[in-house]
Write a protein that binds this ligand. Structure first.
Ligand code: HEC
Ligand code: HEC
Ligand code: HEC
Length: 123
């Protein structure tokens, strides 16, 4: 029923194609994309080495605290108070979803579904 003479070479080509960036760069996944950083604020809500790998966990934690415990309490960054909010906080500093969030997510092949409901800043 199946034409293994076509499927197997097809699979091999597919695997070679999707792993191309890895073997082409000798196992190095390549440069991390350059994201557009906020111009006025120097600090994020967490230090860079924590926000980079943990931002998705932090957003989930914020959401749970806001929705389950109605805890929207503010957090201070450089003396300014911020709400626990994706739209009102993250996107106030990171004004471009395209040039910031999407830049990395496209590279990492993740598509957070948050924007089905939450509004991205108008660009
Ligand atoms: C007060 C402004 C401000 C807020 C609010 C803020 N950020 Fe940031 N964010 C920054 C700055 C400035 C940097 C760069 C920090 C540095 O270089 O130390 C940054 C860095 C990051 C990075 C790392 C980017 C990279 O290329 O390595 C991620 C991811 C990030 N922020 C996500 C978020 C998320 C998600 C939120 C909301 C939970 C958020 N930020 C809220 C200002 C902010
Ligand atoms: C420095 C690169 C970088 C930037 C900038 C960045 N992200 Fe991410 N984000 C990632 C990576 C990598 C993952 C996938 C991590 C994983 O799967 O463990 C991810 C995953 C997520 C997830 C979870 C998605 C899922 O399906 O699991 C959310 C939510 C998220 N990011 C929100 C944001 C928001 C909002 C912004 C912009 C304010 C942002 N991220 C900016 C790198 C980044
Ligand atoms: C089906 C629609 C929907 C989707 C999809 C969704 N949310 Fe929400 N989210 C809501 C609603 C509704 C609220 C409550 C708004 C309020 O009370 O301020 C909320 C609140 C939140 C809050 C706290 C309040 C605020 O202003 O941000 C965070 C943080 C949050 N969501 C993060 C996320 C993240 C991260 C994702 C993607 C991984 C996501 N949400 C996906 C509907 C959604």
């Amino acid at each position: 029923m199946y034409d293994s003479g076509k499927i197997i070479p097809g699979l091999i080509i597919f695997v070679l194609l999707i792993t191309f960036p890895i073997w082409y760069n000798h196992g190095d996944a390549g440069e991390v994309p350059k994201t557009e950083m906020p111009k006025y604020n120097r600090l994020c809500v967490l230090p860079l080495e924590e926000i980079r790998p943990n931002h998705m966990k932090m957003l989930n934690q914020w959401r749970d605290e806001v929705l389950r415990d109605e805890d929207r309490s503010f957090i201070a960054v450089e003396g300014k108070m911020y709400q626990k909010s994706l739209q009102n906080t993250c996107m106030e500093c990171h004004v471009s979803k395209k040039k910031f969030c999407d830049e990395c997510h496209t590279y990492a092949a993740v598509t957070p579904y948050c924007w089905d409901c939450h509004l991205a800043p108008v660009e």
